[in-house]
Design a protein around this ligand. Structure first.
Ligand code: F6R
Length: 609
């Protein structure tokens, strides 16, 4: 999604800005731009649709140099992807501004500004902000005051950074609802929407808080809170090495990340070895919080929501703890009744998903015992705002389709089940069985990865199809949902998941000889029920692709293809079966020739609502 990088230095910054944008590229974007104030105090602007390397080419052909600058990658929300709609936007040839987020009252502001003679070049919501800033500066306000007045007029979410030729060594910025971090240098200061972009120049950061407005120059750094009062914010030193994005011999990041799962799952579970009591894996004070928990509310989006759906089965069946799961975009706006002593659990790979963050922030004081996030990114907004944190050790995930982040989330949630279960009805033996299963998990995932060639062959049947159904029962239903999501997002085949028992209540009408039906069918308590549902499909001519262990007793025959899965402990089956479905969607997408790592219209980190 959109990315911001800004610099106020005494050296030329265009290469720093470009490198910052490169580091944010994996998040998905459609256009890029950069504005600098040159030595003669003129505004220099490059922006265009396409990749950062195109911007780099333009910069090489017609170099713009300057010590103060802003840069942006845009993921279109208002206005199509185009050079005109790309950021920075400018006003009066003196101000340039970049924006992440959405300005909800932009239509009203646009009318107001047009009535005063402002002309709009783009279809974006952002352009109102740069004209508001211009109006305030022309009215004699300082750069800081102009930004404070401007944000006072905005509804919605934003991270903003702007430069003005009349203040040639300063960058003014503000945040509300979208992340923004200051990078502190020596005789220079920086801003970015993610510290990753600035690790090339510093390891010292200040994560800005909601409503903060900030003014940086090479030698000064001033932060003001929502009320306009100067504030000090905590400085953080981030010293762990930056992971370098590298395909490591694989054709795609998604395939690499699928294959990294044995290591990532082992590393995530290894945290339990350091803390045999498990509680400490969730942060200081977790034990005291867990002692009070009587129920769990999980909130997340997309694939992370599916992880929450799986966790509900574990928490209720193994730990006897009531659990509700909801997508964050609904939860945040719903009037709800929360049971006493409920733990709020958000699940988010990026830790920046706008809806999940809003769900956490909108929780009423005292509504929950505490908040806990399961996330893959230390220092992310959700991690900083939550009381307790479980960090998955998936490592950087570049492919837009979440793979290793999902399975490691499941490990974290199963560890949470044990931590809470040992305080309720979960026997010591059961706890030990779950931990032993988690210990053995990487090996079963490795065995599943070795089915790659069989899955590739099976995937061929999907190439000419436009639709697919995924079926599962019980804890495998969310895995069917995850399989369907993976297939639709990277191969663009319309796929839906159903709990198999629901088939006859409507979706069966869709089944004919053109509809592939994927069944997640390990041997478990619901297998016989699932088999009856699959017979309903077969007798209507549907073609079945069954992922099952030998114990489930399926045989490949006409219109039934069985993919023999390893037989593993029941509790980890959802994780092991997920890996096979990831490979299925990867191979379908590969043969369809889609952009596997950057599927159309999607972004890695969804920082807008
Ligand atoms: C799908 C996928 C998305 C994310 C969702 C939430 O493969 O990756 O559905 O799971 O956008 O993102 P996080 O987990 O970062 O909150």
């Amino acid at each position: 999604m959109c990315g911001i990088v800004a610099a106020a230095a005494r050296r030329e910054v265009s290469e720093i800005l470009l490198e910052g944008l490169r580091r944010l590229e994996y998040r998905g974007y459609d256009s890029a731009g950069m504005a600098l104030i040159d030595n003669e105090h003129n505004l220099q602007l490059h922006k265009q649709q396409g990749k950062v390397c195109e911007l780099e080419k333009a910069q090489k052909l017609r170099p713009h140099l300057g010590c103060t600058g802003i840069a942006h990658t845009r993921w279109a929300t208002h206005g199509e992807p185009s050079g005109v709609n790309a950021h920075p936007h400018i006003s009066g040839q003196r101000i340039a501004l970049v924006h992440n987020g959405i300005i909800e009252n932009h239509m009203r502001l646009r009318e107001e500004l047009m009535a005063q003679g402002y002309e709009f070049a783009s279809a974006t919501d952002t352009e109102v902000v740069v004209h508001l800033l211009h109006r305030a500066l022309e009215g004699g306000k300082s750069l800081l005051k102009a930004m404070q007045d401007t944000v006072g007029r905005l509804d919605g979410a934003y991270a903003l950074a702007a430069i003005d030729v009349d203040h040639p060594d300063q960058v003014v910025a503000a945040r509300k609802g979208s992340p923004l971090v200051i990078g502190i240098g020596i005789g220079e200061n920086f801003l970015a929407s993610d510290q990753l972009a600035l690790r090339q120049v510093t390891d010292r950061f200040i994560f800005l808080e909601e409503g903060d407005v900030v003014l940086i120059s090479p030698s000064t750094l001033q932060i003001f809170d929502q009320a306009g009062a100067p504030v000090e914010r905590k400085k953080s030193l981030i010293s762990e090495a930056v992971e370098v994005a590298d395909l490591g011999g694989f054709d795609h990041y998604m395939l690499k990340e699928i294959h990294e799962q044995p290591r990532a799952l082992a590393a995530t579970f290894a945290q339990a070895a350091n803390y045999p009591g498990i509680d400490e894996c969730f942060g200081a004070g977790a034990g005291a919080v867990f002692d009070r928990v009587k129920a769990v509310q999980i909130v997340a989006c997309g694939t992370s929501f599916h992880a929450g759906m799986v966790a509900r089965y574990w928490l209720e069946e193994l730990a006897g703890i009531p659990c509700q799961v909801e997508v964050a975009s609904e939860f945040r706006y719903r009037k709800r009744v929360t049971h006493a002593d409920t733990l709020l659990v958000t699940v988010s790979q990026s830790g920046e998903t706008a809806d999940s963050l809003a769900a956490l922030r909108n929780a009423q004081p005292g509504e929950f015992v505490a908040s806990l996030v399961v996330s893959n990114v230390a220092n992310s907004s959700l991690v900083r705002d939550s009381d307790l944190v479980f960090l998955t050790k998936a490592g950087m995930e570049i492919g837009v389709a979440s793979t290793k982040a999902f399975t490691t989330q499941l490990v974290g949630l199963l560890m949470l089940t044990v931590a809470l279960g040992r305080r309720s009805s979960m026997s010591e033996q059961k706890q030990q069985d779950v931990l032993a299963a988690l210990r053995g998990l990487p090996e079963y995932v490795q065995q599943t990865l070795e089915l790659n060639d069989d899955i590739e062959r099976l995937s061929e049947a999907f190439i000419p199809k436009h639709h697919a159904l995924f079926l599962g029962r019980g804890i495998q239903y969310p895995i069917a949902m995850e399989g369907a999501l993976k297939l639709k997002e990277i191969s663009y085949i319309h796929a839906e998941a159903y709990p198999a028992g629901e088939l006859k209540h409507g979706p069966l009408a869709l089944v004919d000889d053109d509809m592939p039906v994927v069944a997640v069918a390990p041997s478990d308590d619901l297998l016989e029920k699932l088999k009856s549902n699959l017979e309903e499909v077969r007798s209507r001519g549907g073609e079945l692709f069954v992922f099952a262990d030998r114990q489930a007793g399926f045989k490949s025959e006409a219109r039934v293809q069985v993919l023999p899965m390893p037989h593993c402990p029941e509790v980890i089956k959802p994780i092991v079966y997920t890996v096979a479905l990831q490979l299925l969607s990867y191979h379908v997408a590969l043969q369809k020739g889609t952009d596997v790592d950057k599927p159309r219209n999607l972004a890695k980190s969804v920082t807008v609502e």
